[in-house]
Design a protein around this ligand. Structure first.
Ligand SMILES: [Zn+2]
Length: 94
């Protein structure tokens, strides 16, 4: 059974995520083999998902960097009334 472009668009997320049942996946591949517009749509969705996943992977690294900068600045030590210089490596700052 062939599917329409509208059906293909509705199935795109599941198709890209690999969550389509076997028969639906076959129908999707048949449709994509003959429909350039849906191939372009699926490629765009796939690329968008990759970019979002890559951006999401960067957030924890950025948070870790911020935590490291705050820790190295001594701000937290000052807030807690401790000596800020105790956490710094000796000799790298004036
Ligand atoms: Zn189509």
């Amino acid at each position: 059974m062939r599917i329409t472009c509208r059906e293909m668009v509705a199935r795109t997320d599941a198709h890209v995520d690999g969550d389509s049942p076997f028969v639906a996946r076959l129908q999707n591949h048949v449709h994509l083999a003959i429909c350039r517009d849906c191939r372009a749509h699926v490629d765009q969705v796939r690329q968008t998902k990759r970019l979002v996943a890559a951006a999401a992977r960067r957030v924890p690294a950025d948070e870790a960097m911020i935590v490291s900068l705050v820790r190295d600045s001594g701000w937290q030590d000052r807030q807690l009334g401790r000596s800020a210089s105790s956490n710094r490596p000796k000799g790298d700052l004036p």
